[in-house]
Design a protein around this ligand. Structure first.
Ligand code: NAD
Ligand code: TYD
Length: 348
C-alpha cells in the first residue's frame, strides 16, 4: 500500500513502482484533498497492478477493512499535510492527518502483521524540516537531534517518533527517511518553485519572503522516488536515511535563475521576469537554512541525484509549459481563495 498517491512525490513513486515492478500489487490510498489530483496518474491508472482507493487515513475502520481485504504486506506512507504556510493557518489539520493518521496506520499494520513481522515493512517518508534550522555552516545527519519549529515540522517529527516507538515497543519493522525540498512536475502551485512558475507565466508578482536569503537544499522529485525505491528494497529495518541533493540555494538566487530560464523559454526579454520579484512580509518562525548530509545512502547503496539542478529545473518548467490545462485546472476555485488569504496580508 502506498498512501497519498496523488501528491507530487507520491505520484512519482507510484509511477516508478507500477512500471518497474509489474508483479507487485499496488494499492494506492488517497483522500484526494486539495493537493491530490487524479490527473497526476492518468498514464498508469489502467495498469493491472495498480488499484486506486479513495479513503482517509483518519478513518481507522476503513484502514482495517483495506488491510483485511487486500492483505497488505508493506506500507510506504507519504499521505500528509505538507505545506508550512497552511500549517501556520490551521495546525490542527496537521495534527490530525500527520500524527493521528500515521498512528492509525501503525495500529492497523501492527494488528495484521502480528505474528509474522519479519516479512513486512512500514516505510515512513519524512522531511529534513524535523531537524530545525541551521546556521551558515553544517549539515543535518541521521543523528542530528530533532528541533522542529513550525506546526508542519512538529507534526512530522511527532509521526517519526511514533514510527520509531512502534518499532522499539512492538517490533514493527519500520524505516524512516528524511528528505530535503523536492521540486518537479505535478507540484501543486503553493510551494516556492511551482507557485513562482505559475506567477511568471501569468506575469503576477513573485512574493519573496523576508530578505530572500533563506536557504533550501533542492532535490528533483524523480531522484527522491529512486531513493525511496532503493531504501524500500535495501534499507535495514530500524534505520533512518537522509536523502538530499547537496544542492543548496538561497531563495533569491533560485528565483533569479528561474526567471532567467523562463524568459528564455517564453521568448521574453532578458530580465523581464525579474521585474516581478516583490519582497513581502516574512513567514513567522521561518527556518533560515536546511542542508542534508546524504552520504549514508551514497556510501551504503550508491544512490545519488541523477540530474543537476539546472537540468531538473529546466525539465520542470517545460512540464508546466506543456501542461497549461493542468495548471489552469488546479488554480481555479478554492486556489484563488487560498492565494488571497495567504498573500493579501503580506503587502502584495
Ligand atoms: P502533497 O501535499 O503534494 O500530497 C499529499 C497527498 O496526501 C495528497 O495526495 C493528499 O490528497 C493526501 N492526503 C492528505 N491528507 C490525507 C489523509 N488524511 N488521508 C489520505 N490522504 C491524504 O505532499 P508531497 O509533497 O508529495 O509529500 C509527500 C510526503 O513527503 C509527505 O509525508 C511529506 O511530509 C514528505 N516530504 C515532502 C517534501 C517536499 O518537498 N514536498 C520533502 C520531504 C518530505
Ligand atoms: P516552500 O516551498 O514553502 O518549502 P519549505 O518552507 O517547506 O522549505 O518554501 C521554500 C522557501 O521559499 C522557504 O524559505 C519559504 C520561501 N517562500 C517564499 O519566499 N515565497 C513564497 O511564496 C513561498 C511559498 C515560499
Amino acid at each position: 500500500m502506498i498512501t497519498g498517491s496523488e501528491g507530487i512525490i507520491v505520484s512519482h513513486v507510484i509511477r516508478l513502482f507500477v512500471i518497474k515492478y509489474p508483479n507487485y500489487t499496488i494499492i494506492n490510498l488517497d483522500a484526494l484533498t486539495y493537493a491530490g489530483n487524479l490527473e497526476n496518474l492518468k498514464d498508469v491508472e489502467q495498469q493491472k497492478n495498480y488499484h486506486f482507493v479513495k479513503g482517509n487515513i483518519l478513518d481507522a475502520i476503513f484502514l482495517d477493512q483495506i488491510f483485511q481485504q487486500q492483505q497488505i504486506t508493506d506500507v510506504i506512507h507519504l499521505a500528509a499535510e505538507s505545506h508550512v504556510d497552511r500549517s501556520i493557518l490551521s495546525p490542527l489539520d496537521f495534527v490530525y492527518t500527520n500524527i493521528i493518521g500515521t498512528v492509525n496506520l501503525l495500529n492497523t499494520a501492527k494488528k495484521y502483521w502480528g505474528g509474522n513481522k519479519g516479512q513486512h515493512l512500514f516505510y515512513h517518508i519524512s522531511t529534513d524540516e524535523v531537524f530545525g534550522s541551521l546556521g551558515d555552516t553544517g549539515f543535518f545527519t541521521e543523528t542530528t537531534a530533532y528541533d522542529p519549529r513550525s506546526p508542519y515540522s512538529a507534526s512530522k517529527a511527532s509521526s517519526d517518533h511514533f514510527v520509531r516507538a512502534y518499532h522499539e515497543t512492538y517490533h514493527l519493522p519500520a524505516i524512516v527517511s528524511n528528505c530535503s525540498n523536492n521540486y518537479g512536475p505535478n507540484h501543486f502551485p503553493e510551494k516556492l518553485i511551482p507557485l513562482f512558475i505559475h506567477n511568471i507565466i501569468e506575469k503576477k508578482p513573485l512574493p519573496v519572503y523576508g530578505d530572500g536569503l533563506y536557504t533550501r537544499d533542492w532535490l528533483y522529485v524523480k531522484d527522491h522516488a529512486s531513493a525511496i525505491d532503493t531504501i524500500f528494497h535495501h534499507g535495514k529495518v530500524g534505520e533512518t536515511y537522509n536523502i538530499g541533493g547537496f544542492n543548496e540555494w538561497k531563495n533569491i538566487d533560485l528565483v533569479k535563475l528561474l526567471c532567467a530560464l523562463m524568459d528564455q523559454k517564453l521568448g521574453r526579454t532578458k530580465g523581464e521576469s525579474e521585474q516581478l520579484i516583490t519582497y513581502v512580509k516574512d513567514r513567522p518562525g521561518h527556518d533560515r537554512r536546511y542542508a542534508i548530509d546524504a552520504s549514508k545512502i551514497k556510501e551504503q547503496f550508491g544512490w545519488e541525484p541523477s540530474v543537476t539542478f539546472e537540468e531538473g529545473l529546466s525539465e520542470t518548467i517545460d512540464w508546466y509549459l506543456d501542461n497549461t490545462e493542468w495548471l489552469k485546472h488546479v488554480t481555479t476555485g478554492a486556489y484563488q481563495q487560498y492565494y488571497e488569504s495567504m498573500y493579501s496580508n503580506r503587502d502584495i
